[in-house]
Write a protein that binds this ligand. Structure first.
Ligand code: ADE
Length: 345
């Protein structure tokens, strides 16, 4: 993706319309809280950020560079937007894989306004020549451009406006040391508690003007893998079923039937999670099994397994990563209603 495809947010807006923005993104943006008061959960992170923001504002400085890490869908982008809004500045949004050449990043940096926030999603996927531009930009608010080629090449230092880099990653360990060391704030986002997910569902339902029973909210909250993005996605599907099949509000019966139709089970495991776990328990007798073997067995790519499927299964106590490979726990067998499991005994 080149620079013209960036999104800009700021001054009270979430994200300005983006030509390629699809329905899901538009829906997510509509539901994003615009300030800390609307942001549910992640209490410690929120508290820290509010202190750092106030300190920076009082000193008339830009906020120190900040990295958010944790599984997808927990609210990293939303927090970056809230930071920029709180400082009354703009947020420029791009991602690691989108920045193909150093020039892509140099152009974004030199077009920033003083105090802007630059959000780089999937920052662990930055190419090294691009990443190297960030080092001086983060430290000295300057970039070194190479002009010309061969023996006549020379470097020219160009100042860029003072800015705050907000990086987001699902794989913190993949960040190089020089990049990691340049962040002043490192914040880990955690999975949400069921009651927090319930509050998010209620908040989103109010914004979307959908009626949802309290018991239905609670039941739905248990099936969202402790992840706001999944909660909002499931809420949207519940609304479809409620409107089209049941002509009304979201009741417990609607939630039950819809979850069944969507192949989401009582713990919130979706089809891909269930397939992964069932394969490990059935085909590999609970393991140990290697990542590449499992990926081939279910036809899923390794990164999706590591970044999306496994963190939740581990968190739920259904899976263990061991030096010999992945192993299903007893809880996994009982959740799937399978007796025994060679790997476990
Ligand atoms: N939507 C997505 N994440 C949210 C959060 N943490 N609080 C409120 N609404 C959200």
């Amino acid at each position: 993706m080149a620079i013209e495809e960036e999104m800009v947010a700021g001054e009270g807006t979430a994200v300005t319309a983006h030509q390629t923005q699809n329905d899901t993104e538009a829906f997510e943006n509509k539901l994003r809280p615009k300030d800390f008061s609307g942001y549910i959960g992640q209490g410690e992170v929120k508290q820290n950020l509010q202190v750092f923001l106030t300190a920076a504002q009082n000193r008339g400085e830009v906020l120190d560079h900040t990295i958010f890490y944790g599984p997808p869908g927990l609210g990293k982008t939303t927090l970056a937007m809230i930071l920029a809004d709180s400082m009354g500045t703009q947020l420029r949004v791009t991602s690691g894989p989108a920045l193909e050449k150093p020039g892509d990043l140099a152009s974004i940096l030199s077009n920033l306004q003083e105090g802007d926030f630059l959000f780089i999603d999937e920052i662990h996927r930055l190419r090294m020549p691009v990443e190297e531009i960030l080092y001086t930009a983060m430290e000295d608010f300057a970039i070194d451009l190479v002009i010309g080629k061969g023996p006549s090449a020379r470097t020219m230092r160009l100042n860029v406006p003072r800015f705050t880099l907000v990086g987001a990653t699902t794989q913190f360990s993949k960040l190089s040391n020089p990049l990691r060391d340049r962040f002043g704030h490192i914040e880990k986002l955690r999975f949400y508690e069921d009651d927090e997910i319930g509050q998010i569902i209620k908040r989103s339902a109010d914004i979307l003007e959908i009626e949802i029973e309290a018991a239905a909210t609670q039941q739905l909250a248990k099936c969202c893998r402790r992840t706001p993005r999944i909660a909002n996605r499931l809420l949207r599907r519940m609304r479809d079923f409620a409107e089209v099949v049941h002509q009304g509000s979201i009741t417990q019966a609607v939630v039950e039937e819809s979850l069944k139709n969507l192949s989401v089970d009582a713990k919130g495991l979706d089809f891909a999670d269930q397939e992964y776990l069932r394969t490990l328990c059935d085909k590999f007798k609970g393991g140990p099994a290697g990542l590449s073997t499992l990926a081939a067995a279910i036809g899923e790519d390794e990164a999706t397994i590591e970044e999306v499927i496994e963190p939740f299964l581990i968190r739920e106590g259904l899976l263990q990563k061991t030096p010999r490979g992945r192993m299903a726990t007893e809880a996994a067998f009982s959740h799937l209603g399978i007796i025994g499991g060679g790997g476990m005994l």
